[in-house]
Structure formats: structure tokens, C-alpha cells
Design a protein around this ligand. Structure first.
Ligand SMILES: N[C@@H](CCC(=O)N[C@@H](CS)C(=O)NCC(=O)O)C(=O)O
Length: 200
């Protein structure tokens, strides 16, 4: 399999962490791809021109990150990262959606501040995204105290979201969210987290 990814993308980081946590990383070749490059051939594999995209033998090319994570989770014989059924399944899929939403808002802030020409910026839009990040992190704070050592899909996505918020300096979140900060400090020491830390 080949994963078209970038080393800064939090969405790709979710997939890379899932690959490591499930022992599939040896079967996946990382193909660094810059989706914003003018001459990129990425639309050949993902018409949306976004990373990540996973090229597989049996299922064609897959996107986006929740689909890729679910596919990888179907390939191994260990404990599923997405529980197969019951309330836990929906808890983890909801947590992933929450974390992805935090990432969406953080990426929008990044685009607004680092890429959009200054005369085209819309402060109201940026403020909405900042509020979404803050509320999303508050929601994670309300649950993180119960996570203990559990590290399944919801926690993987949460770690990717927090890592990106830190990497881009979006929000100084720790002081008001002690349970999440304590959880993050420990979870960030996992080999899958260390191996996938965002870098330019
Ligand atoms: N919902 C998608 C989002 C993917 C995404 O937005 N990736 C960013 C990189 S962090 C990208 O490729 N952006 C290029 C663009 O928006 O044109 C997923 O979960 O995979």
C-alpha cells in the first residue's frame, strides 16, 4: 500500500498512527505529497486534491482519513481501534468526528493567517474557527479524565488534533484544560505519537 501524505497533515497523522498501533506500518510506503503545489498529480488519486489518500490493491484508492483509518483497522487481527459495535463504537466515531472538526477549524485558521492575502481576510470567519477550536477542546476536556490508558480511534484523533493545534500555535489550551493536558502529556510519549510528530 502507498499512503500519499504530508508530514504536517494531522489527518495523515491519524492514518500513520493507526498503521503503527496496528502493526501495519511495514506494509505501507509513505509518499510525501504537497497538495498545494501547482503541478501536483494528487487529483489523479483524490479528485478533492487532499492528503491523505491510500492506494490499496483490493479497494482502489481510499480517502478521506476516517475511511482510511477504518480500512486499516479492518486489516489486522488485534483489538479493533474502532470497536465493532455498541455504545463504544459510537463514542469513538463521535470522538474522531470531534477531533476532525477541531482540525478542520485549526487548518482554516492556518489558511487564513498564513496563506490568504491580508486584504482578503475576514476576521469574523477566523473568530468563528477559533471558537470552534476552543469549544472542541472543552468537549475533549470533559471526557479526557475517563480515558486512562485507552488509546483507540477517538484518542488517536484527539492526539492528532492537539498536536496540530500546538504545531501551528493556534491556542494556548493547557491551563484551562488540566485533564486533557495530563492525558496528552502521557499519550504523546507513545512510540506512534513520537514517530509521527508534525514536521515541515
Ligand atoms: N476530511 C479530509 C481532510 C483532508 C485535508 O483537508 N487535508 C489537507 C492537508 S492537512 C489538504 O490536503 N488540503 C489541501 C486543500 O484543501 O486543497 C480528511 O479527513 O482526510
Amino acid at each position: 500500500m502507498q499512503l500519499r501524505m504530508s508530514y504536517t497533515s494531522p489527518y495523515a497523522r491519524k492514518c500513520r498512527m493507526v498503521a503503527i498501533e496496528t502493526g501495519l506500518d511495514d506494509r505501507i510506503e509513505m509518499v510525501a505529497t504537497q497538495p498545494w503545489a501547482a503541478d501536483t498529480d494528487l487529483p489523479r488519486d483524490n479528485p478533492l486534491c487532499k492528503v491523505p489518500a491510500l492506494l490499496t490493491r483490493d479497494a482502489g484508492t481510499l480517502y478521506d482519513s476516517p475511511v482510511i483509518c477504518a480500512y486499516l483497522d479492518s486489516l489486522h487481527g488485534g483489538t479493533p481501534l474502532i470497536p465493532a459495535e455498541g455504545p463504544e463504537r459510537w463514542r469513538h466515531l463521535r470522538l474522531e468526528a470531534l477531533a476532525d472538526g477541531i482540525i478542520d477549524a485549526a487548518v482554516a485558521i492556518r489558511v487564513e493567517t498564513a496563506m490568504r492575502p491580508e486584504d482578503k481576510r475576514w476576521p469574523h470567519w477566523a473568530e468563528r474557527q477559533h471558537k470552534a477550536v476552543a469549544r472542541g477542546l472543552d468537549a475533549l476536556e470533559s471526557e479526557a479524565g475517563d480515558w486512562g490508558d485507552t488509546f483507540l480511534m477517538g484518542q488517536i484523533a484527539a492526539l492528532a488534533a492537539l498536536g496540530y493545534v500546538d504545531f501551528r500555535g493556534i491556542l494556548d489550551w493547557r491551563a484551562d484544560r488540566p485533564a486533557l493536558a495530563a492525558w496528552h502529556q502521557k499519550a504523546a510519549e507513545r512510540p506512534s505519537a513520537i514517530a509521527t510528530e508534525p514536521k515541515e
